[in-house]
Design a binder for this molecule. Structure first.
Ligand code: ATP
Ligand code: MG
Length: 220
């Protein structure tokens, strides 16, 4: 079953936020979700254990690269989808998680340094795919978007560098920051619309299994 790794060489572009949104939303569709927290800071695991309020998903913390690939493979056999959140710096666990993935999502902010780092991460995935002699799709996800010239410039830079990108990104919204203490995936408003768009695009591309709970799927 699909393994989606969320990675970026730069810290702070929204990896853990996207992991939270995907895990909670996909669990809400009735899917058996396993979230693997490969970041030693354990931000995702602590949130899932102490703050998250929503349909249950399993979260496992494993930052040791010698065990991570085994664990990903094991969980992929029993789950509908495995999401791997990685640390915001080049480390071996992140490389293992990218090599184990069916899709690598690379969140990026709109600054020049952010786009440069996103390109580095995409090139790293391309290198890992060559080393593994298989295709590992990777997509940039633009995060904390604002309707500014900077965001348009970043989108152009990403296109000019030939980096594959998801059409759907996430705006800079208080609702996303709030999930870290409310524990709730935004149930309505612009954030819910964006999350639904992101899920729809991932599903269209064949990176998500079908919802097991069609009523919730329609409602979303
Ligand atoms: N779209 C958004 N709108 C508003 N705030 C956001 C958004 N995305 C992320 N944030 C906030 O930005 C901060 C960094 O996000 P997050 O922790 O998800 O990044 P990260 O890539 O996991 O960081 P690290 O590299 O440290 O693991 C958090 O405070 C989060 O709430
Ligand atoms: Mg994080």
């Amino acid at each position: 079953m699909p393994v989606i790794t969320i990675a970026s060489s730069k810290g702070g572009p929204g990896k853990t936020t996207i992991a939270m949104l995907l895990a909670g939303s996909l669990a809400g569709l009735g899917l058996k979700v396993v979230a693997l927290d490969a970041d030693p800071t354990q931000a995702l695991s602590r949130w899932a254990a102490n703050i998250y309020e929503g349909p249950a998903f399993e979260v496992v913390s494993e930052a040791d690269e010698t065990r991570l690939a085994h664990l990903i493979d094991e969980k992929a056999r029993e789950a509908d989808i495995v999401l791997v959140d990685t640390a915001g710096f080049g480390n071996r666990a992140a490389a293992v998680a990218m090599t184990s993935a069916d899709l690598v999502l690379v969140p990026t902010l709109s600054g020049e340094a952010d786009v440069t780092e996103a390109e580095k991460t995409i090139r790293l995935v391309e290198g890992l795919a060559r080393a593994a002699r298989r295709d590992i799709p990777a997509r940039v996800v633009m995060n904390r978007l604002r309707r500014t010239q900077l965001a348009r410039h970043a989108a152009n830079e990403i296109a000019n560098a030939g980096l594959p990108r998801l059409e759907n990104g996430l705006s800079d919204l208080v609702a996303y920051g709030e999930i870290t203490y409310s524990g709730r995936i935004p149930p309505g408003g612009p954030a819910a619309v964006e999350i639904a768009g992101l899920l729809a695009e991932l599903r269209e591309q064949g990176w998500l299994p079908e919802a097991r709970n069609p009523r919730t799927a329609v409602a979303s």
